[in-house]
Unconditional design. Sequence first.
Length: 475
Amino acid sequence: MIQKSVLDFKQADYILVVNKEYEIVYNSRFDQRMGASSGHTPYKNFFEMYPSIGRGESSIVKTMSTGVPVYNDVQKWTDINGKVYVTQNLTLPIFNEGQVVGVVELTKDLTNVGNLEDKPHFLESINKEGKFHPNRDSNDRISFEDILTINDGLLNSIEQARTFASNNNPILIYGETGTGKELFAQAIINYMVAPKQKVIIQNCAAVPDNLMEGILFGTTRGSYTGAENKKGLFEEADGGIFFLDELNAMPYSVQGKLLRVLQEGTFRPLGASKEKKVNVKIIASINTDPMEAIENHTLRKDLFYRLSSNMIYLTPLRERPDDIEYLTDNFIDHFNAVYGKHVKGISEELREFFLEYSWDGNVRELKHVLEAMITMTNSEILDIKDIPVYLSGKHKSKGRKKPEPLKGDSKLVIDLEQGGMNLREAVDRLERELIVRVLGECGGNKTKAGEILGIPRQTLKYKMDRLGIPFDAEK
């Protein structure tokens, strides 16, 4: 009988720690059946140790790429010695300053458990309580209802995503790290109900530049030393969906080949003389402003224009104070259930800190901050003293010296002086007012408005999307 407790680590048969390069830096095996020495196993590649595990089905890769923990993921695999195992995993990301730097996995060996068809879950109590389900045990269960928000802008993005999922055009999701791009992509994929074997997900940042073209488009024997005839991911996704995460990490030259797939539906495998044709719905994400990516030459301008017909902007958490409080409540409910705690809420001082903190890691950072606080506290109310060490220096003292007042009496200056907005918000407001005014003078003609503003029509459309200006705005 398998115990059902997330905290009883004695149930795990081993603990595995993998760094960002997928090197095994720690391997503690409690059963010793695999013939591997326990403890430190420096610099042995994860996929070398477990050659049967493909990147597409690996919970290690999934968590490393998305920063999302994976619970109850039952896998069948073969080790380097050819032995077959069935395991159940709890895979958790390791963060440093909001970035995933590694993964730790706790594994229960189910190889000798009787009826594997029943898929026993030694962590099945997770997600049983409350309405918050941030960590589905399978991505094919994620829906738009799993995107928790009460923010008008993000609610509008969800409706956009539903609409974009219903047409054949590619989709571009952009927003800062941790805003939920992968969650949106999974919700879109499941909304479209594509065959599971025809859904391909690839994090472009996880592939070396010199291998990217071959992985995406395939290779032919002799195209380079050691190359064999091998299908690329686009060919595997034919008739389905291809999600390219962190598109701006894709080499500039390969982006040109991707553009051809978008425009003509054709590509040529590496070293091949003939074209291949595919029909694939492409979803792409980038973690920076598209205009900045274009200026920095990490995103081709022509590729962006091809993707810009279906764009979804995810507002950073710091600009959604309503969601900060809403998500805090939901995360508390969730982690109370996971860790058996009884936290009822946060203090007023902590609430003020959460609202004024920048949240560079966005929702992902808020989640892990609260998880760390809840696991360590014995109190019913979380307070400022419970925040992780890396945040303690960012807590603004109540006795801080007030800044000198700004000179001027405009509404914008008054709002800045009284803390009603920051510089980014002020610039956005000015930009929005100017665009709306010019559109009104042009009778809503976007091409003419773009000429007056000195920007292309596509750039104007992008700015209108980001600033929430209706596309039929005339005043």
